[in-house]
Design a protein. Structure first.
Length: 68
């Protein structure tokens, strides 16, 4: 029997951990409105995560031909 098979009566949703009860969401607001605001963005964890994602994508396609 394969390990990925589910037992009868269970579903993938049953395996998910419960969500935290006290989630606090914020309404998005524009934080960069002038050039000096870019410094705060560039020092943020969000910027580091975003740039890491973009650089990983870049590394993944280096040396590959673009079929346009």
């Amino acid at each position: 029997m394969a390990e990925t098979e589910q037992q009868s009566g269970s579903s993938p949703e049953d395996d998910k951990p419960p969500l935290p009860v006290n989630l606090n969401f914020m309404v998005p607001k524009k934080e960069i409105s002038m050039v000096p605001d870019m410094g705060k963005w560039k020092r943020s964890q969000a910027y580091a995560d975003y740039m890491g994602f973009v650089l990983t994508l870049n590394e993944g396609v280096k040396g590959k031909k673009a079929d346009v």
